[in-house]
Design a protein around this ligand. Sequence first.
Ligand code: GTP
Ligand code: MG
Length: 391
Amino acid sequence: QEKMRRLQLEIAKKTPLTVKIPDEIGVGELASRMKKTGAEVVKTLMKNGVMASLSDVIDFDTAAIIAEEMGCKVEKEVIVTIEERLIDTAEDKEEDLLPRAPVVVVMGHVDHGKTSLLDYIRNANVASGEAGGITQHIGAYQVQVNGQTITFLDTPGHEAFTAMRARGAMVTDIAILVVAADDGIMPQTVESINHAKAAKIPIIVAINKMDKPEANPDRIKQQLTEYELVPEEWGGDTIICPISAKTGEGIDNLLEMVNLTAEMQELKANPNRSAHGAVIEARLDKGRGPVATLLVQNGTLKQGDVIIAGTAVGRVRAMTNARGQKLTEAGPSVPVEIIGMGEVPGAGDDFHAVADERMARELVEQRKHEQKMAASGPVGHKVSLEDLFSQ
Ligand code: GTP
Ligand code: MG
């Protein structure tokens, strides 16, 4: 029996211990997973030119080299986060995709007429019978133009736009750049051009205030060429529409150009999956609590859905469109105002409909914790072999 025990010990010694190592691991944690002392691991690291203490974090490649040198077999540990379990990130199959409306953002310098243009469009395109049209302000709305639906994002979408761009997420398909014919290209015009270019979306220029006697569209076109926006009539490919948001002149043509541009993009989405999209704006209403304008980008949002937006969780208690009509469902490219969030989400946050409310709350707690940690600065020093080579 003694012989058996010794034999087993022999075998155990020869069979290397398998350690699972994630993308990053603390030196102390690595030691305990390898069943070695911290001092042994620190020593082996040092031998390999990495100065690290027990509280330091090393990357997978470094940890793997050390573990193998110390006689262990290495396996990559794949950590499935709550986020990955909760949020459906599956790619859509081509056959599941259906056409969706273009999402158009109106941008431009202060006072050049963005709001006036949007007001004109929604008032001119209210279907007869929809008494009153749009009364309340909502950050986004849809109109029908020649049988095509267009989604417009109103300012102050700028704030959300900047936040989304910082995250690399884009919700808009087309930018209408409003430039006042009596003023010309101004700092925020340039900023808008840069936004749209960074987002790689087509820019349609609307030269506004054409009703004014001092309007000088040729001067604007000349200025635009300095930003690589060359009018079609001058051999470029930028669509330029002279308009007046006051008289309505040229706006039908502008909308036709929007439809034409959208057609070429062949925009599609899958309405048959849980919704995800972006928070366009959000506020706290005295009576109704947090109110958020959401733009569904994919899937269909349904009344009663549990959603998670940034670090806010809630259940969609009611949905309304810009006309104040109640909706029970909102598909791709549809903007809706919802109530039922536990707190006010941030403009530009993304949102996801999820199946499990309890897990959603857990995820939100985790996100809040991560934000707190990020705000309080890095913990532990991160070292790797790469540091050594890059010195
Ligand atoms: P901010 O939201 O402050 O950035 O401005 P905006 O770009 O939304 O401009 P807004 O629509 O508020 O228009 C600014 C001013 O220009 C208002 O006094 C409008 O009445 C006027 N305006 C807008 N479009 C036209 C137009 O086509 N012709 C004339 N004559 N005035 C216009
Ligand atoms: Mg405005």
